[in-house]
Design a protein around this ligand. Structure first.
Ligand code: SER
Length: 723
């Protein structure tokens, strides 16, 4: 049975149990700051589990692209050492949202594994959470598993959590024992390739908050996840082997690596082959979904993955960029299941190649520096490289420590590893503190309404697409010294999102006029951040008159609409490989980051500006479609880059027949209201990534004024010289 059939049989089985098949969400999470990468099938349903979102179905199934390289679920270092952990894998999953619960989840899993796929029952084991008698009984009475094969485990193995916070609950896992020692229960959860977990059935019933406390959810849900590559190994191989790399998911890539390196895949070099085969999948899928290697956050994790693969490549004597050559192959084998690979192939290849080239340069520079250092030591008859020097090579020049090790050995020089480790630990501690702080601030700001005084849990209305003022009712507050956090039943204030910054303005309550300095979304609520110098008490139910700063909002709208025109014009002039990879839309200017592999020529930039200004003058009307089904928007051909929350309603912004994008932001009513656009800068921000900054409307007036002043100044200088 090939992997394609296995995937399809899983989906068909759950269709027969009345599940809706949903698309995998992107590996780059759209709006979850607690995650760098999608790490489980349930991520896209987090809002449903927490009771904050709904879907028009209560049973779903899919194959979800997952990357586990950071945070609570990180398998990076296992790759190359075992045959069943991956940085990228597909997770087959089925879900119930307050619909069926433990019994159906367990019975169906058993049916699929033993009746459809006919896995030998004597090899299967079930584990349950230590106090979960209900699951234990279901396994015992509703399936024909050997009752001695039902085991209880504690939190570590049988309580599943998505991250430090979020939905969680007890789980029941199914393991397969591939050894001849069929009744040996000690093999279960022992972490060997011969007895592995294949399916995890999670019974989501709690939400863990920032303080670590568990809160019972309003409804109980099922979240299951089965490692697709492991399943293929089990179905395609004969015991005792469960090697994922021998399945048709991996073997063709290994063959390709063999071709490129001119080396056989054998026991001596298998780590290199496996690391490369695994990592190229993460890189390809992550870049297809909009991530790019860089020095920060998600981009930095990708950079590390790429560098790890490139280093293992050197062990196969691959010194020139080679990873990018494997992309074509992945596109051919997986592009029909995941069309985003096909659609972005050349961008993915170019980004990977550019990054490989720059890493090679880093390595070359590192080697040169190392040689100088080593020669100096040898000349001075010293035998140890100091910890500070190793740290400098590693930290400042990005030279990998294992290479330093190898080269030092070759020159018979020792390394002061103790001092180096001390310096590394100091640095890690600093990073940990700062990232913890950042996370806490983000999470508190973005994720909790716990300490708000909320009187009504109404669905707030956002009026800001059509109105800049409203008479609203206070439904929640929180005070923190001189800052007031205010929630009202309806608001014209845009909360920061999709690159567009929040509105500012004022609010009048009981005759007091206060300044609104920001507005952010917390758990789907618009929270206005207000300066309340005199600490005026605000009560729920009071009338609040909200007014958005009109001029500032118009500046923002002009910049936001212009961003869509810029995106379109860039694709027209430079090519459709141009993809948005970030943006900032403020009142002062717009910033647009995109993929492109060389500096655009001056003529190209001029042309882009010209096209946009022409389109602006054409007075193209805004067509703003709000809350339309995702599929409908996609059919219209709307551009979408950072992935969207599938299954939800989306907004589409269209200007005439020129631009068409998914967008939640606010816009001018027709293009002529943008006035004019002027590109003020263009620069490189990373390998294969460019940034354009531009001004519109009043910003252009200001720009011309400043330029004129500069010219006048220069002229005056000239005249004074002549005099
Ligand atoms: N969320 C669970 C896991 O990732 C089951 O899907 O294992």
């Amino acid at each position: 049975m090939n992997s394609r059939d296995i995937r399809q049989q899983f989906l068909d089985f759950f269709v027969s149990k009345k599940h809706k098949i949903v698309p995998s969400s992107p590996v780059v999470p759209f709006d979850d700051p607690t995650l760098l990468f999608t790490n489980a099938g349930m991520n896209q349903f987090k809002d449903v589990f927490l009771g904050k979102g709904t879907r028009d179905y209560t049973r779903a199934a899919d194959t979800q692209k997952c990357i586990r390289v950071s945070g609570k679920h990180n398998d990076l270092e296992e790759v190359g050492h075992d045959t069943y952990h991956h940085t990228f894998f597909e997770m087959l999953g089925n879900w119930s949202f307050g619909d069926y619960y433990k019994e159906e989840a367990i019975v169906w899993a058993w049916e699929l594994l033993t009746e459809i796929w006919k896995l030998p029952k004597e090899r299967l084991w079930a584990t349950v959470y230590k106090t979960d008698d209900e699951s234990f009984e279901i396994w015992k009475t509703k399936t024909d598993i050997n009752p001695n094969h039902i085991l209880r485990f504690g939190e570590k193995d049988n309580f599943w959590e998505m991250g430090e916070t979020g939905p969680c609950g007890p789980c029941s896992e199914i393991h397969i024992n591939l050894t001849d020692d069929l009744e040996n229960k000690n093999l279960v959860n022992a972490g060997t390739a011969d007895c592995i977990e294949i399916w995890n059935l999670v019974f989501i019933q709690y939400n863990r908050d920032l303080k670590g406390h568990l809160h019972e959810l309003p409804q109980k849900h099922v979240d299951t996840g089965m490692g697709f590559e492991r399943l293929c190994a089990v179905l395609q191989n004969t015991p005792p082997s469960s090697d994922n790399y021998s399945t048709d998911v991996f073997s063709p890539i290994l063959k390709k690596i063999s071709e490129i390196s001119n080396k056989e895949y054998n026991k001596d070099n298998k780590s290199s082959f496996q690391v490369i085969a695994d990592h190229i999948r993460s890189l390809t899928f992550a870049i297809a979904d909009g991530a790019v290697p860089s020095n920060e956050g998600r981009g930095y994790v990708l950079r590390r993955i790429l560098r790890r693969a490139a280093r293992y490549g050197r062990k196969l004597n691959l010194h020139e960029p080679f990873l990018f050559k494997l992309v074509d192959f992945l596109v051919k084998t997986m592009g029909d299941v995941f069309p985003e690979l096909k659609n972005n192939q050349s961008t993915i290849e170019k980004i990977i190649k550019a990054e490989e080239v720059s890493f090679n340069a880093t390595l070359d520079r590192g080697i040169e520096l190392f040689e100088k250092l080593a020669n100096r030591l040898i000349a001075e008859n010293k035998k140890v490289i100091g910890g500070e020097d190793i740290f400098l090579l590693f930290d400042t020049y990005g030279f990998p420590v294992d290479l330093i090790n190898i080269m030092a050995k070759e020159k018979e020089i020792q390394l002061d590893e103790k001092r180096f480790n001390e310096l590394m630990n100091e640095q890690k501690e600093k990073a940990r503190k700062s990232s913890k702080m950042k996370n806490q601030i983000n999470e508190i700001a973005l994720h909790s309404l716990d300490d708000f005084n909320i009187s009504e849990n109404v669905e707030q209305e956002f009026l800001g697409y059509d109105k800049l003022e409203s008479i609203s009712k206070v439904i929640g507050t929180k005070s923190d010294d001189k800052i007031l956090y205010l929630i009202v039943d309806k608001t014209p204030f845009y909360a920061e999102g999709g690159g567009q910054i929040a509105d500012t303005g004022e609010v009048e309550i009981d005759g007091n006029v206060l300044r609104v300095v920001n507005c952010i979304k917390v758990e789907d609520k618009f929270v206005h951040i207000i300066e309340n110098e005199k600490q005026i008490p605000i009560r729920n139910n009071a009338e609040a008159i909200l007014k958005v700063n009109r001029n500032r909002r118009w500046d923002v709208m002009r910049n936001h609409s212009a961003t869509h025109f810029l995106h379109k014009a860039l694709r027209e002039v430079l090519g459709t490989h141009v993809q948005q990879s970030g943006s900032y839309v403020g009142p002062d200017r717009l910033r647009f980051d995109f993929t492109h592999f060389e500096k655009p020529k001056d003529e190209e930039l001029e042309k882009i500006e010209q096209i946009i200004n022409e389109k602006i003058r054409e007075n193209l009307e805004l067509n703003h479609l709000r809350g339309i089904p995702f599929d409908e928007a996609k059919k219209m051909g709307a551009l979408m880059f950072f992935g969207d929350k599938y299954g939800e309603k989306v907004n589409v912004v269209q200007f005439g027949d020129y631009t068409l994008e998914f967008c939640g932001g606010t816009h001018v009513g027709n293009s002529s209201q943008i006035g004019m656009i002027k590109i003020v800068s263009e620069s490189s921000i990373a390998a294969g990534m460019r940034r354009i900054e531009a001004v519109t409307g009043r910003g252009v007036e200001e720009y011309i004024k400043v330029q004129n002043e500069k010219i006048n100044e220069e002229e005056n200088k000239l005249f004074s010289l002549q005099e």
